[in-house]
Write a protein that binds this ligand. Structure first.
Ligand SMILES: [Mg+2]
Length: 186
């Protein structure tokens, strides 16, 4: 089957990488910042000149961001079972310069198997339908709900800074995703 997967905060620890960069840049207390669990939306509205910070830092961050535990192992096993892996990310030209090249090189460098990479995606539900996605995995509640609404089974990767939504099934690790895929498509 075709598995559609988000990149930031789904396979990578983007939030955990971004917050220290913000704390350093804005002279903030990192511990306090983590405790406040600001959402991406909040960061955008609270931090002064955040657009500039994004332009100067996002493409660097995307090169160094660590993977979540066991991503490579699980995706390799899923690929070996014959599943197609399609990354669907909203990383855009404005914030990342060349999001395709950046993400492609990152995935290759980190030995992540994939069949296709789609960047600049605003409407993930539409993209999933066009790509014939059978299972979608993302951390973002809005994207998960939209894809689910289009009739595609969806798993939300749980992050501490995103509150639970009763409509979407949550998973806490890549091992759990592997188990879910085996159960769903045994
Ligand atoms: Mg994400």
């Amino acid at each position: 089957m075709n598995i559609g997967i988000d990149i930031d905060d789904t396979i990578t620890c983007t939030y955990e990488t971004l917050l220290p960069m913000i704390a350093f840049n804005y002279g903030m207390d990192l511990k306090k910042l983590f405790l406040q669990k600001p959402t991406y939306k909040m960061l955008h509205s609270i931090l002064p000149n955040y657009e500039n910070f994004v332009l100067q830092n996002f493409s660097t961050m995307a090169k160094i961001v660590p993977l979540k535990p066991n991503v490579v192992n699980v995706l390799t096993r899923l690929k070996d079972q014959g599943h197609r892996i399609i990354f669907i990310t909203s990383r855009n030209n404005l914030e990342y310069g060349d999001p395709y090249k950046l993400s492609y090189n990152y995935l290759k460098m980190n030995n992540i198997p994939f069949d296709k990479l789609i960047v600049n995606v605003k409407d993930k539900a539409k993209e999933c339908v066009m790509e014939g996605i059978d299972l979608f995995i993302d951390d973002n509640t809005k994207h998960c709900k939209a894809v689910l609404k289009s009739g595609i089974p969806t798993l939300q990767f749980a992050n501490s800074f995103v509150s639970e939504n009763s409509k979407v099934k949550r998973v806490n690790s890549w091992d759990e995703i592997y188990q879910k895929v085996q159960e769903m498509y045994a």
